[in-house]
Ligand binder design. Structure first.
Ligand SMILES: [Zn+2]
Length: 82
């Protein structure tokens, strides 16, 4: 496989990858980028999503797996708001 040399879209660091569509050197950079992307103007929509999720979790009942998945999503959204 050919390794591609790319520059991270966020930190500008050079990294090697096999994937053509990869634009960040690490998961950290990808997450940071999303955090910036969702920072100001999307905060309101994130808050709406959080409220929806919280309601879903309330009514989900005994389905533990589904509940955990929703809680993870909720954690992520809360993290984006930080
Ligand atoms: Zn990076």
């Amino acid at each position: 496989m050919i390794k591609l040399c790319k520059l991270c879209k966020l930190c500008g660091k050079e990294f090697k990858t096999h994937k053509k569509n990869k634009i960040y050197c690490s998961i950290e950079c990808r997450n940071k980028y999303h955090k910036i992307k969702y920072s100001s103007k999307n905060k309101i929509s994130i808050k709406t999503q959080i409220k929806k999720l919280e309601r879903k979790i309330l009514y989900i009942g005994a389905n533990k797996m589904r509940r955990e998945a929703l809680l993870l999503e909720l954690d992520y959204l809360n993290w984006l708001l930080k």
